[in-house]
Design a protein around this ligand. Structure first.
Ligand code: RIB
Length: 308
């Protein structure tokens, strides 16, 4: 099995379940409240770990109760986050999340220490990147840091999976260093500067490939996902489940994809596995509490095959 390193954010998620999102100037009564661990980096690292990958997670936390709590939680989960940076002067990242009755969310992140995960620190731990086989990144740490990691990976022929979440534009130099670009519709449109409604899914993926990514994975929610590169064009349907909370579904998908690819599975198997993991994730509240284990996903896939 190849080694995965995830470099990204860690947040404490403060989640309010509501009937409908509040409007500007409105005070509403929520349905329930939950505080759990989150952050796109941490969610993807934990997903890859629970789903059978060999994972190291590198993040930046404050020396505060949320940071200490995060470290002890990762230890309990058996996720190696020991190389994470701890800073004295900045609080750990938090996310304020509303989840409505349809399971859709609305998230505000206060990055705090996540913004202190610097290129300087990455250079200090360069050896870890060189020793990994697959590097998993998102966009909740500084852009320059993501670029520094990609540069090291590229120089050393390491595979990079970049999930462009939250959505932002990427420069060509960065895209050319990416092996697997994982995007949802909004993220694809932001990078390609085109609307899917206007040019279609295939053409937007071609545009991202032309910008330099070697493989593009487009996630389409209930419509499944597509993977495309110069040898492959494959669509995998999503599983139908009852949605409670979509938070971290994309993160679970990315972590699962990385884990499954690191075990040597082909694209078809990896995408089906990742779709199943994301489907299980949306049936529960919260980011990390809803990330399934490998056993959960294999059982789910078996059940779905038997039902067909
Ligand atoms: O993708 C979901 C995550 O986004 C949440 O856990 C929250 O912390 C934000 O980073």
């Amino acid at each position: 099995m190849s080694k995965i390193i995830v470099i990204g954010s860690s947040n404490t998620d403060l989640i309010a379940k509501v009937e409908t999102f509040p409007k500007a100037g409105e005070t509403i009564k929520g349905v329930s409240y939950l505080q759990t661990m989150g952050g796109k980096g941490a969610n993807q690292a934990l997903a890859a770990h629970r789903l059978g990958g060999e994972v190291k997670f590198i993040s930046c936390l404050g020396k505060d109760p949320n940071g200490l709590n995060a470290m002890s939680y990762y230890r309990k989960e058996g996720l190696d986050a020991s190389l994470s940076l701890v800073v004295e002067d900045t609080p750990s990242g938090v996310a304020l999340i509303w989840v409505d009755k349809k399971g859709e969310n609305s998230i505000v992140i206060i990055p705090g220490a996540n913004d202190k995960l610097s290129s300087d620190y990455i250079l200090q731990i360069e050896k870890e990147i060189v020793e990994a086989d697959l590097i998993l990144l998102q966009m909740e740490i500084p852009y320059d840091t993501v670029k520094t990691v990609c540069g090291i990976a590229y120089k050393n022929n390491k595979r990079v999976l970049l999930n462009v979440a939250p959505a932002r534009k990427l420069d060509r130099e960065l895209i050319k260093m990416i092996d697997i670009l994982v995007v949802n519709e909004t993220e694809a449109e932001t990078i390609a500067e085109e609307g899917i409604a206007h040019i279609g899914e295939e053409k937007i993926m071609d545009k991202l490939l032309n910008l330099g990514a070697k493989t593009v994975v487009l996630t389409l929610g209930k419509k499944g996902s597509i993977v495309k590169n110069d040898q492959l064009n494959l669509r995998v349907p999503a599983f139908t489940v009852e949605t409670v909370d979509t938070t971290a579904a994309g993160d679970t998908f990315c972590g699962a994809l990385a884990a499954e690819l690191s075990k040597g599975h082909n694209w078809n198997e990896a995408l089906e596995f990742a779709s199943a993991a994301a489907a299980i994730c949306v049936t529960k509240m919260g980011a990390q509490p809803s990330i399934p284990t490998e056993t959960d996903v294999r059982r789910f896939l078996k059940m779905k095959t038997t039902n067909h």
